[in-house]
Ligand binder design. Structure first.
Ligand code: NAD
Length: 476
């Protein structure tokens, strides 16, 4: 059984054992303890102890340690990637990509460490100067889901650490293994004891205890919208800061003059990567009616060709869903789309026989013209089902896109850059890609609007979500 990493070492705790299951086989890979309120107390105490010395470490030195952690993650990729695939289910190639992205994000923030600055005013009053200091908040609780356990952690760890905060992370109860190993690797790479701690357990018990803990000054959360709302409500109890990266239902709009082949590839990749279990993923396609036949044919062909299989098998392009519960939801959403009039053009079922019988597989699926009030339109779909609708032009596409309660990403395909820019102004989302899709850049602030969340990760802007500005007045 695995135990939390607290104060620089694995710390044995008493609590229920939670099984970690391989989504491709249903077999138990390992177990991790429910750390509970006691475990959270110990981790927050370690983080609070470590924080003053870490905040007092020169910013450049903090950045160098974070960069060393990034290098160590890359150096351990051969060990970490199979562990991530075993607990998460994604193909090994995608695990390697994820781990490298995690290291790159940490490197990005290591570089920004030398740019943490406040402001100075030379003459507020006669003989009076003012300084604005950007000070760390203290202990940050970082709660992440199972779909990208390492990159979503790095989005919080990077800006939190370089600004002088310490962190208590809680991975999803189904994916604690890579996170625990990362903490060991980070410690061996030079991160001081207590600066980065990991507690294991469920959201309802250990996660809730972390959010409610009075020693935590900020909660950085990525996960579902309902849980995000609950976290914001709890955090309000003692006015903790929160950032919330929540669900999405990203539209991809294909205009009549678009490069159709590239748009089809982007929609397919954007939907089926990570078996459709990404926040930034193409979850709705709106295509101009004059090119709709070509687009749906191309999407259906691509979906049918994708190789479904175990994440650790050679050639696998789409792995299993992460859980049986997740597969039940996506299957029910698809059934609702079909009942509403949608036509299944590729996939549509649960594959059977051989390796498919043990795990949570679902065929990559394209469904055409379900009703606009069906569940695939109004809810987030977290699996390999791509709904496509034809529209009468860009105007209708934008109206449909904005009808969703979510506002995370969006993508517009056209050769007319001025109408694309006008669309980018009108679409209610934190990101609009023009002739591109779903790739988030460390340099650009990222975060949703509406039910997709609150606050920004990535970019130098993220640093402001981990610091408080303090004004100091100095009189001669
Ligand atoms: P979830 O909200 O159920 O769980 C996420 C994390 O929160 C887990 O660690 C879980 O244990 C914890 N948690 C659950 N209940 C809690 C509580 N009451 N108090 C504290 N912590 C609690 O999310 P999920 O369904 O496992 O993850 C998928 C969701 O995450 C999707 O909606 C997806 O779109 C979203 N997501 C968003 C982004 C983004 O950046 N916007 C990125 C990836 C995933």
């Amino acid at each position: 059984m695995r135990h939390p990493f607290v104060g620089g070492r694995t710390t044995h705790m008493h609590g229920d054992a939670i099984a970690v299951t391989d989504p491709a086989t249903g077999a138990t890979v390992d177990e991790a303890v429910e750390a509970g309120a006691g475990g959270v107390d110990a981790a927050v105490a370690a983080a609070r102890n470590a924080q003053p010395a870490w905040a007092g470490t020169p910013a450049g030195a903090r950045g160098r340690v974070v960069a060393a952690v990034a290098d160590a993650i890359d150096a351990h990729s051969d060990e970490l990637a199979p562990l991530l695939t075993a607990e998460q289910g994604k193909p090994l190639r995608e695990s390697r990509i994820e781990l490298h992205r995690c290291a790159e994000t940490l490197r990005h923030y290591a570089g920004l460490a030398l740019n943490i600055r406040g402001a100075a005013f030379s003459a507020l009053d006669t003989g009076t100067r003012g300084i604005v200091l950007a000070r760390p908040l203290g202990v940050v609780g970082a709660i992440v889901p199972w779909n990208f356990p390492t990159t979503l952690l790095a989005n919080k760890l990077g800006p939190a650490l370089v600004t002088g905060n310490t962190v208590v992370a809680k991975p999803d109860e189904t994916t604690p293994l890579v996170t625990l190993r990362l903490a060991e690797i980070a410690s061996a790479a030079g991160l001081p004891d207590g600066v980065f701690n990991v507690v294991t357990g469920t959201g309802e018990v250990t996660g809730a205890a972390l959010v409610a803990h009075p020693g935590v000054r900020k909660v950085a959360f990525t996960g579902s919208t309902p849980v995000g709302k609950r976290i914001m409500a709890t955090a309000a109890g003692d006015l903790k800061r929160v950032t919330l990266e929540l669900g999405g239902s990203d539209p991809l709009i294909i205009c009549a003059d678009a490069d159709i082949d590239k748009a089809i590839s982007a929609a397919s990749m954007g939907r089926f990567f990570n078996c459709g279990q990404a926040c930034l993923a193409i979850k709705r396609v709106y295509v101009d009616e004059t090119v709709a036949d070509r687009v749906v044919e191309g999407l259906a062909k691509k979906a049918a060709r994708l190789q479904l299989g175990r994440g650790d098998a050679k050639g696998t392009q789409v792995g299993p869903l992460h859980s049986s519960a997740g597969r039940e939801v996506i299957a029910a959403q698809l059934a609702d789309a079909v009942a509403s009039g949608g036509e299944v053009l590729a996939g549509g079922g649960i594959p059977e026989g051989g390796e498919f019988d043990g795990g949570w597989f679902h065929e990559p699926t394209v469904v055409y013209e379900p009703s606009h009030d069906s569940r695939v339109s109004t809810e987030e779909t977290f699996g390999p089902v791509l709904p496509v609708w034809k529209v009468s032009g860009l105007d209708e596409a934008i109206t449909r896109a904005n009808a969703s309660p979510f506002g995370l990403g969006s993508s517009v395909w056209t050769r007319d850059l001025s109408s694309a820019m006008a669309a980018a102004e009108r679409i209610e989302a934190g990101y609009t890609w023009i002739n591109s899709a779903t790739k988030a850049y460390d340099e650009l602030p990222f975060g949703g609007v509406k039910q997709s969340g609150y606050g920004k990760e990535h970019g130098i802007e993220a640093l402001s979500f981990y610091t408080d500005l303090k004004s100091v007045v100095i009189r001669d």
